[in-house]
Design a protein around this ligand. Structure first.
Ligand code: SF4
Length: 766
């Protein structure tokens, strides 16, 4: 955090820089001069290079950084970009009161890619309570004007969010509504700085007014469908699930921020200024000391020790992993420094306990879903276990998978800044107007693979979430609906999941605009130039394409109908083996023959399950051949009803498809019902592998081999005794029976798992 200007044009009475214990600002230069900026940039670049940091964040702060003026600001930004960008990705942010934000400033921030956070305490009444000019006048209109600028299309991407300091005298709903109205991409609700020496304001008779205030906001925010991320609530959800808080306010994440004052002195996090005069001082300077030397200071190292660095009371507190003792500065007491719980302890505890009671937590990864199978339709578990999965059972699993995909899309949309949710908004509209088109798109197996990735990358890579627009675009094209969307291009390719890919002649990367109308659509540069236009019903017939190339998803004959031959979707490359490139026409014809032959074999060898395969299997992904000619097949856990296979003869392909389809069925069942408790220490020996395997691997293998045993039994029944099919049948039957015994004796199965494996073992007896 760089203090580029040490004065402010507002005189907020709750400001910790000027109004609290530390008064060091009085002796500092007003502005960080060019020599100091160069030294800071050098120190940051040096640190990033030493530790090979892929990313560094620099926050321009004050006082009020906009007091620098655009020319000086440009010099600061140019030096930081010039020195740090070649070493590490540099995120530049600025925290401002917004009063002086202007178009020239916004143009400058757009040029240097600086995101801007604005401080606003709510509606006018709430904001006027503290955030006023020195003459007492309101700053509210000027701040709203600044925010308005950041909301215009030209500057929207610069808007980082709103920082609001809570005052329990303000109406929580009025504050929330006022902040929501300016559509911030993120909202921070901060407790006013306080310590045990200078306790927080509490209305008489109220034990936890801050928790009550925040819980009221949380209730309204949840009822509204969480229109923007609120960092405190999101941090508590994350820590409840064992994740990071991503914030110094709660949780046990190590401190990772240092401050440089205008004179180049290193300081600790500046909220410490609330504790006592000089609390944030280190005595070190950018001219003489490296970042590593600063981070080794005992007072900073202490804040990187997690639980061990907390007071005795916090260490034994039941909510400590979520709370983390609150903000470090808030623990200060004159008698013993920072070795205390937070001055907000009661409020933090109440907030965390109440949110847990509202189930505002991610379910722990290991949480049982249904351990005895009672939530499943009658008989479903037994039918699936016995290898008698029928079309109805597969349809039930497919519906549950669709529901999970939809839930994941909601989470991705929830975690995407409001300003980048046009794809989501279009999808929601299409879901009302053309539900079949949306549903068909969402059933594509690799939409969920993408959603899982995007969910994981929320907050770190917005590009992953941008693919939501492609999902909406595919649904719109399928429905022939009117829609205009910003869509992400990668090296000149736009992929529309479940439909195909557009390639433009130039390697465009970044956003393009897709306009869809019934029977016609057009892809153009964000700047306006048309890249490709299409006329015709894209997903039904070959369209007329001008300016680029359209590659439609291909379908091959299978099971009396056709099946998607997925050789385009970038997310299909999630199997154990590499996905093959799109085959040429003669190889594709060979695939057609093999799949047709494989279906005949499945019909003959799996009469009880062929209907399930026909009803359930949605896609085949061609895999790269094994150079030694070994058979290759694979199922990806998140890609329901899609199997990956390398090209082989029809008989072997039938076995591989049947085997992988079993994995898909069991994977979908495991999403609904826990069959085993995760036990990393348990490893079981099985006949088909030389290495001991984890329980889930053995369960999956056993279940797949149940079907392969049945296939070989059917094949053996058409062969003279003692033939190769008899030997294969006997081998698979023995492997499967032994593995079922090992599972039943492992102690790792749930009641439903025990029942499942017993049924499976019983089905092995002819
Ligand atoms: S709730 Fe209180 S005691 Fe518990 S961790 Fe937080 S500050 Fe410490």
């Amino acid at each position: 955090m760089l203090k580029v200007h040490s004065r402010c044009d507002l005189a907020c009475d709750h400001c910790y820089v000027y109004e609290h214990a530390d008064q060091s600002w009085r002796g500092r230069p007003m502005v960080m001069d060019a020599r100091t900026v160069a030294a800071v940039a050098e120190r940051i670049a040096e640190h990033a290079a030493t530790h090979r940091l892929r990313r560094v964040s620099v926050v321009l702060h004050g006082g009020e950084p906009l007091l620098l003026g655009p020319d000086r600001m440009r010099q600061v930004l140019a030096v930081l970009r010039r020195r740090i960008t070649p070493v590490s990705h540099l995120d530049l942010l600025m925290q401002s009161n917004g009063v002086r934000l202007s178009e020239p400033y916004c143009d400058l921030f757009a040029e240097y890619d600086v995101r801007v956070g604005i401080s606003l305490d709510g509606d006018r009444a709430a904001n006027d309570r503290h955030r006023r000019f020195a003459n007492g006048a309101s700053s509210h209109p000027q701040v709203l004007r600044g925010i308005g600028l950041l909301r215009t299309p030209a500057y929207r991407r610069l808007f980082a969010g709103i920082l609001c300091t809570v005052d329990v005298r303000n109406d929580p709903i009025a504050v929330y509504e006022a902040l929501r109205a300016v559509r911030p991409p993120r909202l921070d609700l901060l407790l006013p700085h306080a310590t045990w020496a200078n306790p927080p304001y509490r209305p008489a008779g109220r034990a936890t007014p801050y928790a009550d205030w925040l819980l009221a906001v949380h209730e309204r925010w949840t009822a509204d469908g969480r229109p923007m991320p609120i960092r405190l609530f999101d941090s508590l959800r994350s820590t409840a699930a064992g994740g990071h808080s991503g914030s110094e306010w709660v949780g046990l994440d190590p401190a990772d921020l240092v401050v440089v004052e205008t004179d180049g002195t290193w300081e600790q996090v500046d909220s410490l200024k609330t504790a006592y005069d000089g609390a944030a001082a280190t005595g070190l300077s950018v001219f003489t000391h490296t970042v590593d030397e600063v981070s080794r200071l005992p007072e900073i190292a202490l804040r990187q020790t997690g639980l061990a660095g907390l007071s005795a009371q916090c260490r034994t507190c039941p909510v400590v992993t979520q709370c983390g003792g609150g903000l470090f500065a808030h623990r200060y007491r004159e008698s013993n420094g920072f070795d205390n719980p937070s001055a907000y302890c009661a409020d933090l505890k109440e907030l965390i306990v109440s949110l847990s009671a509202r189930h505002d937590v991610e379910p722990p990864v290991t949480a049982p879903v249904d351990q005895d199978g009672t939530d499943l339709p009658d008989g479903l578990l037994d039918r699936i276990a016995a290898g008698r999965t029928d079309a109805d059972a597969v349809r039930f699993l497919a519906e549950s998978q669709l529901a999970i995909t939809r839930a994941m899309l909601v989470e991705v949309a929830d975690g995407t800044p409001v300003t980048e949710r046009t794809g989501w908004e279009a999808l929601v509209r299409l879901d009302r107007e053309a539900p079949d088109a949306v549903e068909e798109t969402l059933r594509h197996p690799y939409v969920r693979v993408w959603a899982v990735d995007a969910r994981r990358q929320l907050g770190t890579d917005s590009a992953a979430a941008a693919q939501l627009s492609c999902v909406a675009a595919a649904a719109a094209v399928r429905a022939g609906a009117n829609v205009e969307l910003d869509v992400p291009m990668r090296a000149g390719v736009l992929h529309l999941p479940s439909l195909g890919a557009v390639t433009v002649p130039e390697p465009v990367t970044g956003a393009a605009v897709l306009t869809v109308e019934p029977g016609r659509w057009r892809l153009r540069h964000a700047a306006g130039t048309t890249l490709v236009s299409f006329d015709g019903d894209l997903h039904a017939t070959a369209p007329q394409v001008t300016g680029g190339r359209w590659q439609a998803n291909r379908r091959l004959a299978f099971a009396g109908t056709t099946i998607l031959f997925e050789d385009l979707d970038p997310h299909r490359d999630c199997h154990d083996w590499k996905a093959a490139e799109r085959p040429d026409a003669s190889t594709l014809a060979r695939w057609g023959e093999v799949l047709a032959g494989a279906w005949s074999s499945i019909e003959a060898d799996l009469p009880h399950q062929a209907a399930a395969v026909r009803a359930g299997l949605r896609a085949v992904v061609p895999l790269v051949d094994d150079p030694t000619g070994t058979l290759r097949s694979s199922t990806a856990r998140q890609a329901f009803a899609s199997v990956g296979v390398a090209l082989a003869d029809a008989s072997a392909t039938a076995v591989m498809i049947a085997h992988e389809f079993q994995h898909s069925v069991l994977g979908a069942l495991l999403d609904l019902c826990d069959l085993f408790a995760p036990s990393p220490a348990v490893r079981l020996t099985v006949g088909w592998r030389s290495d001991p395997r984890p329980v889930e691997g053995v369960l999956q293998g056993t279940y797949a081999h149940l079907t392969i045993t049945e296939m070989w039994r059917q094949r053996a029944s058409r062969e003279a005794p003692g033939g190769p099919a008899h030997q294969r049948h006997e081998q698979f039957r023995t492997w499967t029976a032994d593995a079922a015994d090992a599972l039943l004796g492992s102690g790792a199965l749930t009641p439903a798992g025990n029942r499942f494996v017993r049924r499976l073992a019983a089905a092995l007896t002819p």
